[in-house]
Design a protein around this ligand. Structure first.
Ligand code: SAH
Ligand code: SF4
Ligand code: F3S
Length: 456
């Protein structure tokens, strides 16, 4: 890999001005970290960066396959690139990430988007510099089809988009095969990073001043299953919590089938981890959960919630909810509303089911209309809005520790950030506080956020 990086760098040195790269990430945070690694490689190859695809010499769309609309956006935006490439024949266009692990997508690109130069999958970092080199040397197209692979890309420097929030993948892939989901097909089987590599990366980030460390995996609770059995996720959490420094630890996602008392105890014991858990339930109905192959019942799920709240009554949860799994009945959907009411999430991320070719659910004939699913989505969102607004009232008068993240909607002089409970907090403050922890006294609740005042 290094020799190709040097070769491309030497070619780029001959340009009048440093060539520019545009990397656009779709999808989840894991994709964002992959994009940051690609940027790290591009930087070493002598590229600068631009947010404007039109002025770029190399464009990468790092894609997501989880829902149809994500894929449609990519194809739409690829269509736009055609005119730029006509103006700048030297422009190199690359499509990477989860979509490219589906042969139907690669075929579609080959047939209808011939101006795309390089198509490479979720595990081709090592080969990327070589691909760029070959295209720069006159090769017409490169379509990598090596599959999601098994190696873990260690030691690739990242160009991180934030100077105080950092994502750290702890594992790649997924073994769960929920029947609706494409991720196991495009990301391959679970591979855990060695704990010492994860801890070393966290130490390095903290020493650089990072304040939020987000541990990533499709199911962090199966961390270590593929190692020698000497470590699991709660233990990793404790190791990271023991790293010296002022920072907060977050993580996602947790599969309820593997979330137990050990995880909750670790969250409660670790002072750098807020008493908060994103625990996607997907559905509140046991028959639907079974059809989804989620491997827990609503009762088991509520057992985890109750255990956490028995330790800390304010333990907060958020969730992903999948609406309209094929043939979900009104009564089954009503169970989802019921579980949402019981748990009282601080927030939910809800998605209308999108058929993914190759998954088991794609073979089911679905009798429920899209309009009906949209109505269910509205009902769910309205219920959750009321719960959030009501629940957030309890924070009024309390002082929360908040990581100030950005200038707020009110413009200069206002700030927005997240508390350790992962609640959005808006308050007045100077932009020099961005990237720091501050104490904010909560003065009121609104939809999806709370307002407060800085405590000096
Ligand atoms: N590994 C994570 C989820 C990753 S995908 C987990 O299991 O929690 C993020 C969310 O996208 C899922 O929780 C699910 O709600 C949603 N999702 C996955 N496949 C989908 C599909 N085919 N249609 C609509 N939403 C989907
Ligand atoms: Fe998809 Fe299920 Fe794996 Fe999450 S756990 S990535 S929903 S298969
Ligand atoms: Fe999308 Fe791939 Fe993430 S399918 S959600 S970018 S793992």
């Amino acid at each position: 890999m290094n020799s190709y990086i040097e070769k491309v760098k030497a070619m780029n040195k001959n340009c009048e001005a440093p060539p520019l790269a545009h990397v656009h990430n779709y999808g989840c945070q894991l994709n964002v970290t992959d994009g940051e690694k690609l940027k790290g490689l591009l930087l070493r190859m002598g590229y600068g960066f631009t947010e404007i695809p039109e002025e770029a010499d190399i464009v990468i769309f790092n894609t997501c396959a989880v829902r149809e609309n994500a894929e449609e956006r990519v194809f739409g935006n690829l269509g736009f690139l055609k005119q730029y490439k006509e103006k700048n024949k030297e422009m190199i266009i690359c499509v990477s990430g989860c979509m490219t692990e589906q042969s139907s997508v690669v075929e579609k690109i080959k047939a209808s988007y011939k101006y795309v130069d390089i198509v490479f999958g979720t595990n081709a970092f090592e080969k990327f510099p070589q691909f760029v080199y070959e295209i720069k040397n006159g090769r017409k197209h490169l379509y990598d089809n090596s599959g999601p692979g098994s190696t873990i890309p260690e030691g690739i420097d990242q160009v991180r988009s934030s100077s105080f929030k950092a994502s750290v993948p702890i594992m790649y892939g997924c073994n769960n095969f929920c029947t609706y989901c494409i991720v196991p097909y495009v990301r391959g089987r679970e591979r855990s990073r060695a704990p010492e590599d994860v801890v070393a990366e966290v130490k390095e980030l903290v020493s650089q001043g990072y304040k939020e460390i987000m541990l990533l995996g499709q199911n962090v609770n199966s961390y270590g299953n593929d190692l020698d059995g000497s470590i699991d996720f709660p233990e990793l959490l404790r190791m990271i919590n023991a790293v010296d420094g002022e920072f907060i630890i977050r993580f996602m996602s947790s599969h309820p089938k593997d979330a137990g008392k050990k995880l909750i105890d670790a969250i409660i014991d670790c002072e750098k981890v807020g008493n908060f858990l994103h625990l996607p339930v997907q559905s509140g109905n046991d028959a639907v959960l079974e059809r989804m192959n989620r491997r827990y019942t609503s009762e088991q799920y509520l057992g985890i919630i109750n255990y956490a709240r028995s330790k800390d009554k304010d333990f907060t949860f958020s969730s992903d909810i999948l609406i309209g799994f094929p043939n979900e009945t009104e009564e089954e959907f009503a169970d989802t509303l019921r579980i949402v009411e019981k748990v009282r999430y601080s927030n939910i991320y809800s998605f209308i089911y999108s058929k993914r070719e190759g998954t088991r659910a794609a073979r089911i004939e679905d009798a429920v209309s899209y309009e009906e699913k949209q109505k269910r989505m509205q009902r769910l969102l309205e219920l959750q809005r009321n719960i959030t607004t009501e629940d957030y009232k309890k924070y009024t008068g309390r002082t929360l520790t908040v990581l100030a993240e950005a200038v707020g909607k009110g413009g200069e002089g206002t700030l927005t950030g997240k508390s350790s409970e992962f609640i959005i907090v808006n308050f007045a403050g100077d932009s020099s506080l961005i990237g720091q922890f501050v104490k904010v006294k909560i003065t009121g609740a609104r939809n999806w956020a709370v307002d407060g005042e800085l405590v000096r």
